[in-house]
Design a protein around this ligand. Structure first.
Ligand code: PLP
Length: 411
C-alpha cells in the first residue's frame, strides 16, 4: 500500500509505529473540490483546525487560500504560527474565556461566533477596554436533527450550542447595548459526519429567513456562516458530494446577497490520512481472536468514543481465509479497540503492518497521553517524498511540566 508515491512500509520502517501518514495531494484536492463547487459564491473557506491541527497541514491549506475556524486560544496560536491573517479567522466555542477573547480581539479576527448573551457582554467589555470594534456572528441553534452520532449533533434545542431564534431576535432588538460590536453575521453548525443534504437545507432555510427578517427590521447582516459537518466515507456511507451540497446551499442563497463562510474539517482532512500500526501479539482465546497492536485509544479515540468505524487493511496484501478478529490496543480498558469483529486474513502474524483508514480528521487531534503513552509521529507525503511533521514524543515529553513536590513548592 502506498500513500501517493511512498510505500507505507518504508515510512513505518524508518519512523516506527504508530504513525499518522497524510497525503498533501488529497488534502489540497478536497479543499479545491469544495472551493470549485462553491465557485459562484466565492466563499471564505475556514478549515476547522480541530479536525487536524498540525501546523504543516494548516499551512498547506492556508497556501490554498483557506481561512481557519478555531475554538480556543491554542488554535488561535496555531493559526498565527501557520501564518493565517486575523481577517481569515472565525472563532466559535461556548466557553471562550476573557483571556482568549482578549488575544483574538488583538489579533483582529474576522468574526467571533458568539454562543450566548453573557459571552456577547464579555466580548463587548473586552473591546471597550481595548478600544476596538469587533465583528460578531450570532451562532443560531436552528433545532434540526442532523442524523449523526448523538455526541456530534450540535443543533438540537437541548444541545449547549448557539442561541435559539427568539434570543437572537432579542439580542438584535437590544443591539445598542453592545456598543463595540458589529452584529453582521449569523452562524450555524449543525453537527459532524452528516451524510444527507436535507438537514443542512432545513437549517439554512431557517437561518436565512431569520437573517432576512432581522435585516427588514434594521439589522445589517452581511454574512452567513454555514459551518462544517460534511460526511465522508469510512465504510459504506454514501455522503452527499461537495457539488450536491453546494447546489443546495447556493439555491437557497440565490439573489440574497449574503457573503458566505464555510467551516469544513472532516471533509478536507478525514480521507487524507491513515494510521499505521504493527501487530504486537496475536492472541487467541476460546471465544475470540485478538490482534493486539501498538496503537490504542489514546492515538485514535473515535472507535471508543463514538463506536466509529475505521477500515483496517494489511499494508502488504495477504492471502488466506479471512477470520473475524478484534484489533485492540494495549490500554487497560475494554473500550480500547480500533476495530471489532473484522474479517482479516488468518495468516496475519506478529510484526504485521496494518493501516487504519480515514484517520486524517479527529485522529491525532483527539489523541492523549493516557497510560503514559507517547503520542505518535505524524508524516506528510508529497509525491515520492515525505517529511516528519511531528516527532514522536519521547519519555521526557511525558513529564515535561511535572514537578516532584518538595517542601519548597507548597504555596
Ligand atoms: C463550529 C464548528 N465548525 C466546524 C466544525 C467542523 O466540522 P466537520 O469536521 O464535521 O466539518 C466543527 C466541528 O465540531 C465545529 O464545532
Amino acid at each position: 500500500m502506498y500513500c501517493e508515491g511512498v510505500a507505507l512500509d518504508r515510512i513505518a520502517r524508518e519512523q516506527g509505529t504508530p504513525v499518522f501518514v497524510y497525503s498533501r495531494k488529497v488534502l489540497i484536492e478536497r479543499f479545491q473540490e469544495l472551493k470549485q463547487a462553491f465557485k459562484p459564491a466565492q466563499p471564505l473557506i475556514c478549515y476547522s483546525v480541530k479536525a487536524n491541527s498540525n501546523l504543516s497541514l494548516c499551512k498547506t491549506l492556508a497556501g490554498e487560500g483557506a481561512g481557519m475556524d478555531i475554538v480556543s486560544g491554542g488554535e488561535l496560536f496555531r493559526a498565527g504560527k501557520a501564518g493565517v491573517p486575523g481577517d481569515k479567522i472565525v472563532y466559535a466555542s461556548v466557553g471562550k474565556t476573557e483571556e482568549e477573547i482578549d488575544s483574538a480581539v488583538k489579533k483582529g479576527i474576522l468574526f467571533f461566533n458568539a454562543e450566548s448573551v453573557p459571552e456577547l457582554d464579555l466580548i463587548n467589555k473586552v473591546c471597550g477596554r481595548l478600544k476596538k470594534r469587533q465583528a460578531v456572528a450570532l451562532r443560531v441553534n436552528p433545532d434540526v436533527e442532523a442524523h449523526t452520532h448523538e455526541y456530534i449533533t450540535t443543533a438540537r434545542k437541548q444541545n449547549k450550542f448557539g442561541l435559539d431564534p427568539k434570543t437572537v431576535r432579542k439580542v438584535f432588538r437590544e443591539a445598542g447595548r453592545f456598543e463595540h460590536l458589529d452584529l453582521t453575521c449569523l452562524h450555524m453548525h449543525i453537527g459532524s459526519q452528516i451524510e444527507k443534504v436535507k438537514p443542512f437545507v432545513q437549517a439554512l432555510e431557517r437561518v436565512t429567513a431569520l437573517a432576512e427578517e432581522l435585516n427588514a427590521t434594521g439589522a445589517r447582516i452581511t454574512h452567513l456562516n454555514i459551518g462544517g459537518g460534511l460526511g465522508i466515507v469510512y465504510d459504506k456511507e454514501k455522503p452527499q458530494s461537495a457539488k450536491l451540497y453546494a447546489q443546495a446551499v447556493l439555491a437557497i442563497l440565490k439573489g440574497k446577497n449574503f457573503k458566505l463562510i464555510l467551516e469544513p474539517g472532516r471533509f478536507i482532512a478525514g480521507n487524507a490520512g491513515v494510521l499505521l500500526t504493527r501487530v504486537v501479539y496475536v492472541k487467541n482465546t476460546p471465544v475470540k481472536r485478538f490482534f493486539v497492536v501498538d496503537a490504542a485509544m489514546n492515538d485514535l479515540l473515535r472507535p471508543s468514543l463514538y463506536a466509529a468505524f475505521h477500515a483496517v487493511v494489511p499494508v502488504r496484501k495477504r492471502q488466506g481465509r479471512l477470520k473475524k478478529a478484534d484489533v485492540v490496543g494495549p490500554v487497560c480498558e475494554s473500550g480500547d479497540f480500533i476495530a471489532k469483529d473484522r474479517p482479516l486474513p488468518g495468516s496475519l502474524g506478529t510484526g504485521e503492518l496494518l493501516a487504519v483508514m480515514s484517520t486524517g480528521a479527529y485522529g491525532f487531534s483527539m489523541s492523549s497521553n493516557y497510560n503514559s503513552r507517547r503520542r505518535a509521529a505524524e508524516v506528510l507525503v508529497n509525491g515520492s517524498k515525505y517529511a516528519v511533521i511531528r516527532k514522536r514524543e519521547g519519555y521526557a515529553d511525558l513529564i515535561r511540566n511535572e514537578v516532584i513536590v518538595t517542601d519548597k513548592e507548597w504555596l
